[in-house]
Design a protein around this ligand. Structure first.
Ligand SMILES: *[C@@H]1O[C@H](CO)[C@@H](O)[C@H](O)[C@H]1NC(C)=O
Ligand SMILES: *[C@@H]1O[C@H](CO)[C@@H](O)[C@H](O)[C@H]1NC(C)=O
Ligand SMILES: *[C@@H]1O[C@H](CO)[C@@H](O)[C@H](O)[C@H]1NC(C)=O
Ligand SMILES: *[C@@H]1O[C@H](CO)[C@@H](O)[C@H](O)[C@H]1NC(C)=O
Ligand SMILES: *[C@@H]1O[C@H](CO)[C@@H](O)[C@H](O)[C@H]1NC(C)=O
Length: 299
């Protein structure tokens, strides 16, 4: 049966309009202040919240010569890489500690209720603002530098690191700060987002992580007041959930088509659940230290 628009019963029309126009609001689940740039979940369901303004990640705390944490990625099951450095806001724009950024491993394996084992791996004197993190292989993390258009790769056993990408025009197409925020390696592509450079890209890499050819733009972004992308998550159906600095989450289909998905206050990062109960739940955090969840709307 086929309806022309005039034949659609009024009740159904109301339903259709409501379905199309109602972009859901995220549900606030945790609000303890501070500023969060990146999040991940453990298999247990625990949310790991690296605070930029406190040397606190779940129970890993203490006095350190830096102000807080940013990027986090699971490298092996329950074994994470975490970035630390100086990020001071004093209520205004962040002041970044150039050269202060370094990499830790946080090992929950076999610890039960004890705090994880935290090991400092390496500081990088040329760093400006380590931000997004991604597993590359069992011993290697990709490091996005949000203060310059640089992608590093570090071996977590030796601390040795190399620059994977530097000075590519995709890092700064609009004259903004050429920094990467989110990075995800999903062989054979490295996916990354530039907040101030405004872009969402993928780059084909060799098995050893060397970029091949030129990066490809996934979704056209150009408007600095509504398009600045932050740290994203990629879903099993090939779509990407992209936090937008001004507010909200965009769903970007594999073909690059973007649509508004969720209303949420100025998100910096999002990730998906890990347990049977929340495998399709989107978790979101922001620079006000708020953590939100979106109940079961991914499919
Ligand atoms: C989202 O929140 C706003 C402001 O509180 C409200 O006006 C709107 O109806 C909400 N949207 C939905 C879909 O619940
Ligand atoms: C810093 O982070 C902590 C979370 O550990 C938060 O409770 C606190 O309010 C933050 N302080 C400021 C000044 O934002
Ligand atoms: C963290 O600390 C809380 C309270 O002390 C404790 O209940 C919890 O088991 C700890 N978690 C980890 C992973 O150490
Ligand atoms: C950019 O986005 C803003 C906010 O949505 C809008 O007001 C403005 O017209 C857009 N600019 C262009 C050039 O599309
Ligand atoms: C892109 O993918 C979306 C979601 O699968 C679909 O709705 C849309 O029609 C596609 N657009 C194009 C131009 O192929």
């Amino acid at each position: 049966m086929r309806f022309s628009s005039l034949q659609v019963p009024p009740m159904m029309l109301v339903f259709l309009i409501a379905t199309v126009s109602a972009i859901p609001n995220a549900t606030l689940m945790y609000d303890n202040g501070g500023w969060i740039e990146c999040i991940r979940l453990r298999w247990t369901g625990d949310i790991l919240l690296p605070y930029t303004n406190a040397t606190l990640l779940l129970n890993f705390t203490g006095t350190h010569p830096f102000t807080g944490f940013t990027g986090i990625a699971e490298i092996q099951p329950d074994f994470f890489a975490l970035f630390s450095g100086n990020f001071l806001t004093n209520g205004g724009l962040p002041v970044l500690g150039v050269g202060s950024w370094g990499v830790w491993t946080i090992d929950f394996r076999g610890r039960g209720a004890l705090p994880p084992v935290a090991t400092f791996i390496q500081q990088v004197p040329a760093s400006v603002f380590f931000l997004g993190a991604s597993r590359f292989d069992d011993h290697t993390v990709l490091i996005a530098d949000g203060g310059q258009g640089l992608l590093y790769r570090m071996n977590l056993q030796t601390g040795a690191y190399t620059i994977v990408v530097q000075g590519d025009p995709s890092m700064d197409r609009h004259g903004g700060l050429a920094g990467i925020h989110g990075v995800h390696f999903q062989a054979p592509y490295v996916y990354y987002s530039n907040t101030f450079g405004i872009g969402f890209w993928k780059w084909l890499v060799s098995p050893s992580g060397v970029p091949i050819d030129l990066p490809v733009e996934i979704s056209t972004m150009a408007n600095a007041s509504k398009d600045r992308p932050e740290e994203f998550v990629m879903w099993i159906d090939g779509s990407t959930y992209m936090p937008i600095q001004a507010g909200g989450i965009q769903k970007i289909a594999a073909n690059g088509t973007a649509s508004a998905f969720l209303n949420v206050q100025e998100p910096t990062t999002c990730t998906v659940g890990r347990t049977l109960a929340d495998w399709d739940v989107l978790y979101i955090a922001n620079k006000y230290g708020k953590v939100y969840r979106e109940p079961h709307l991914l499919l």
